[in-house]
Write a protein that binds this ligand. Structure first.
Ligand SMILES: Cc1cc2nc3c(=O)[nH]c(=O)nc-3n(C[C@H](O)[C@H](O)[C@H](O)COP(=O)(O)OP(=O)(O)OC[C@H]3O[C@@H](n4cnc5c(N)ncnc54)[C@H](O)[C@@H]3O)c2cc1C
Length: 379
């Protein structure tokens, strides 16, 4: 660590969300410390991700609208600050089957971002086997997650530390680790960006859950200039590497489900999409992505659950008292399958809230889930 031990903000977890908020707060002039249990960048879900940055398609749901907003913000952010780690390959969204192809016709009206239709013949000319009309989002692309996270680690203070408790007294947080024997890190604010292991406080109401996924990186000479997503993601060939990836497995024992072959299904699907005959496996990545109950990210303050349940037992029966939050404790989580799309925008939202007291966006504020969770507990 380069400097003294009282920080404006300590960010726990250095995946893409922790990295983005640390970066944003530092840009706003804060003294920030980023900590992670691992000494390697993007060791959690972020390291396993295909890290596509593309919009959501659908029938114009509020989640689709938010995702498009985040996508527009993310590509500009990556191009401005991390152009070396963002390849703007374009991303083609291909229908999964005939039924899905029919839905694409309805989705077209809601593609509120730059795109074009691309048919079977055009797909063939760029090396993709598919009969159905697809959408090409030319400005979408793929991040190099470890390189991007490492770049941010090098710009802010970083410390390898497995946090096991946080104590608040005299308006200051003390961040502790019995594992690393570190106990004198102090901060005005703490941001929890710990991914699926969201257990440092009682945050059950946020309903963070993990979905397991895998990715294979393959050496290949195949000319493939564009990335694509069908039921799995296949990246463009970037520096001789093509990435296949998907998250699909909600099982508690994902490795038993994969039975030692996490890439089998991906390879079976990919060979019907592109010519995989020269693919040679370089590396396998497996990881857990953390989703919220309603698929919107979780960005904001943390409710003091014990206080609320003790002080207002009637909340279990539908009372709606004002929420009390834990002082100067914030969360950035629940990014689901779109961590690289959401992270820059939600980091911007949280950094403005922390440093300028700007009101949080209600769509992502985890407060939305608390009273519902209380009522459900009573049923
Ligand atoms: C196979 C796969 C493919 C994916 N593809 C895409 C994609 O194409 N596009 C996309 O946008 N998203 C994709 N995702 C989703 C994306 O990876 C996640 O949304 C994103 O990585 C979440 O980032 P995060 O920073 O919130 O969590 P993580 O990356 O999991 O980071 C959490 C960090 O917290 C650290 N940590 C936890 N507890 C502690 C503690 N107590 N003390 C210290 N450190 C701690 C962990 O070590 C970890 O580094 C994919 C995910 C997977 C698994």
């Amino acid at each position: 660590m380069k400097s003294s031990k009282l920080f404006d903000t300590v960010v726990v977890g250095a995946g893409i969300s922790g990295c983005c908020i640390a970066f944003k707060l530092q840009q706003k002039g804060q003294k920030v410390l980023l900590v992670d249990r691992s000494s390697l960048p993007a060791s959690g879900g972020s390291g396993a991700a295909g890290a596509f940055v593309s919009p959501k398609i659908g029938k114009g749901s509020p989640l689709q609208e938010f995702t498009t907003e985040a996508y527009e913000y993310a590509k500009d952010f990556y191009l401005k600050y991390f152009p070396k780690h963002f390849s703007q390959t374009g991303v083609i969204r291909i229908p999964k089957d005939e039924d899905d192809a029919k839905k694409f016709k309805l989705y077209e009206t809601f593609n509120n971002t730059k795109y074009k239709n691309i048919d079977e013949e055009e797909l063939k000319s760029i090396g993709i086997n598919n009969a159905q009309d697809s959408f090409l989002f030319e400005e979408a692309g793929v991040c190099d997650a470890p390189a991007m996270c490492r770049d941010i680690w090098e710009r802010v203070d970083f410390l390898q530390m497995e946090v096991d408790s946080l104590e608040y007294s005299g308006n200051i947080w003390e961040i502790k680790s019995k594992f690393n024997n570190i106990d004198n890190i102090k901060s005005n604010n703490v941001v929890l960006a710990t991914g699926y292991q969201n257990t440092l406080f009682d945050m059950r109401y946020m309903g963070v859950k993990g979905t397991w996924g895998s990715r294979g990186d393959y050496y290949s000479k195949l000319k493939l200039d564009v990335s694509m997503h069908k039921s799995i993601s296949v990246s463009a060939n970037i520096n001789g590497i093509i990435k296949l990836g998907a998250t699909h497995n909600k099982s508690k024992n994902p490795c038993m489900v994969c039975d030692g072959k996490p890439l089998q299904k991906l390879e079976d699907i990919a060979k019907n999409m592109v010519d995989t005959s020269d693919f040679r496996l370089k590396e396998i990545f497996c990881g857990m992505r953390a989703g919220s109950k309603d698929y919107f990210p979780l960005v904001g303050r943390v409710v003091d659950v014990a206080y609320m349940l003790e002080t207002y037992p009637a909340i279990l029966r539908g009372a709606k008292p004002e929420l009390k939050h834990i002082d100067n404790l914030f969360i950035l989580n629940g990014l689901g399958g779109r961590g690289f799309v959401f992270a820059p925008l939600i980091a911007q939202i949280l950094s403005e809230h922390i440093s300028e007291k700007k009101e949080l966006d209600k769509r992502v504020n985890p407060d939305r889930l608390f009273l519902k969770w209380c009522r459900k507990m009573n049923n």
